[in-house]
Design a protein around this ligand. Structure first.
Ligand SMILES: NC(=O)c1ccc[n+]([C@@H]2O[C@H](COP(=O)([O-])OP(=O)(O)OC[C@H]3O[C@@H](n4cnc5c(N)ncnc54)[C@H](O)[C@@H]3O)[C@@H](O)[C@H]2O)c1
Length: 439
């Protein structure tokens, strides 16, 4: 099939490359000309395992190309995926849908033939009819443009695998729109035929599928972090407790690691957007759990700052603090709402001299937080440090030798915000070891 992907960021660049991998001819479209140039040179504009290779392979094969032109996109094919950003509006909990509606308007006015517009961006429930109305009003093809809703469940750092072999495929359609369904089924034929559970549903259910999945994931993290607060108050160990809970098949071990909490471009804004939309719909009480989830998550960051102050003998001014990790999670360069950087920034505000290291995310971090110091090498970063904070669990940090690090730090004190360092090894090496939710 010939198809386009509008918005080529973390989601869109991945989707475009994976659609080419499935055998389609793909034109990616993004309003950011620099991003388009990088993509057309065969490189990924983000760090995502395997994505560079896939983009290089398919730009070379001619199945994948990128443009900044809506006219080109509209003329290219008759299936258009939209994956533009839907961030949080500044100062309120609601989504900013301006990128989505701009993309829909720009595309619509150029759609002269029957087409299917499949939206992947995460939105508040009730957005699909607004997209349909705009398309029908502005497209020369009018009502022959159909809308499909195809929420995306990919996890950054597993994005290719999750796109090519998703654990489920959700397709939402307006009643009676069998053409859109036929087009999407053809597009995802290989994925459907490989046995992927495929759920065909209405628009509202498809929109809520993504919102509620993220609401649950955030709740699971905040649940164990609320338990961590009780562990800290009672002397229990939340990592052992999480392991015990995880053996219960009804609970399961996944997505429940205690620590500094969640961040990124999705979970925080999605639970807030969900809460805001539930309020508009008169279902505010149902979303009150998510306000608490958000509050617990914020408290983890505050608790980390408090623990750091405690470890620095009650005074952060002038203390040299090294932060391992800038990305919101390992194996990505995404720093959106990164818990690690939020803590680093707060410590800087409180007078500490903060040095941050990260294998992939330093360029992005520098742009947003020029007030912090940056260094590539995690070992050199610890030189003369008064305190080390482990805030993003890059696997390589767990393999560094605490003995070697102890000799170069000014005071061997570490706080593990992600519960992946081996406390016994670090203590044996002479470190004062603290962790969230552990004695
Ligand atoms: N990142 C993820 O892991 C993930 C997973 C599932 C769903 N989502 C959802 O996917 C959407 C995109 O997220 P992302 O992380 O890829 O964001 P992103 O910011 O990385 O990418 C968005 C892209 O859209 C482009 N864009 C913005 N307005 C445009 C317009 N009018 N026309 C063309 N291009 C435009 C931007 O230049 C940018 O490249 C969001 O709704 C997000 O919630 C993201």
């Amino acid at each position: 099939m010939k198809l386009t992907v509008i918005g080529c960021g973390y989601l869109g660049a991945t989707h475009a490359a994976c659609m080419a991998e499935l055998g389609h001819e793909v034109l990616g479209m993004d309003c950011d000309m620099d991003k388009v140039a990088v993509l057309n040179s065969g490189k990924a504009p983000i760090h995502e395992q395997g994505l560079d290779d896939l983009i290089a392979q398919h730009t070379a094969s001619g199945r994948l190309r990128f443009t900044a032109s809506y006219a080109e996109a509209a003329a290219f094919g008759d299936l258009h995926f939209i994956g533009v950003g839907t961030p949080q509006q500044p100062g309120v909990n609601a989504y900013d849908l301006s990128h989505l509606f701009t993309a829909v308007r720009q595309l619509a006015s150029r759609l002269k033939r029957p087409a299917v517009v499949a939206v992947k961006s995460t939105v508040p429930v009730g957005t699909a009819p607004r997209v349909r109305d705009l398309l029908h009003e502005l497209a020369p093809a009018g009502e022959r443009v159909e809308v499909a809703w195809n929420p995306e469940f990919l996890r950054e750092s597993f994005a290719l695998e999750d796109t090519l072999r998703p654990d489920r495929l959700v397709l939402g359609f307006e009643n009676g729109h069998s053409r859109a369904e036929a087009v999407l089924r053809q597009c995802f034929e290989k994925i459907i035929e490989s046995g992927t559970p495929t759920i065909i549903t209405d628009w509202a259910t498809a929109e809520l599928a993504k919102a509620s999945a993220n609401a649950f994931l955030a709740t699971k993290i905040s649940f164990i972090n609320a338990i961590a607060e009780v562990c800290e108050a009672s002397g229990a160990d939340v990592t052992t407790l999480a392991e015990i809970l995880g053996h219960d098949v009804r609970i399961g071990p996944h997505g429940m690691r205690p620590g500094l909490g969640f961040g990124g471009g999705c979970l925080p804004k999605d639970i807030r957007g969900f809460t805001s939309r539930a309020g508009e719909l008169g279902a505010d009480q149902a979303a009150s759990i998510l306000r608490e989830v958000d509050a617990i998550n914020s408290r983890r960051r505050e608790r980390m700052v408090d623990l750091a102050r405690e470890q620095c003998d009650g005074n952060l001014a002038g203390k040299r603090i090294t932060v391992w990790g800038a990305a919101f999670k390992p194996d990505t360069d995404d720093i959106r709402d990164s818990p690690a950087l939020a803590v680093a920034h707060k410590l800087h505000e409180l007078g500490a001299i903060v040095t941050v290291t990260d294998p992939r995310a330093l360029d992005n971090a520098r742009k947003v937080h020029p007030e912090l110091n940056y260094i590539d090498d995690p070992i050199a970063a610890v030189q003369d440090a008064d305190l080390l904070l482990h805030l993003t669990e890059w696997p390589q940090y767990s393999h560094l030798d605490p003995h070697r690090l102890a000799t170069s730090s000014a005071t061997p004190r570490v706080i593990d915000g992600r519960s992946t360092l081996n406390a016994d090894h670090w203590r044996e090496a002479g470190w004062t070891f603290r962790a969230l939710g552990r004695p």
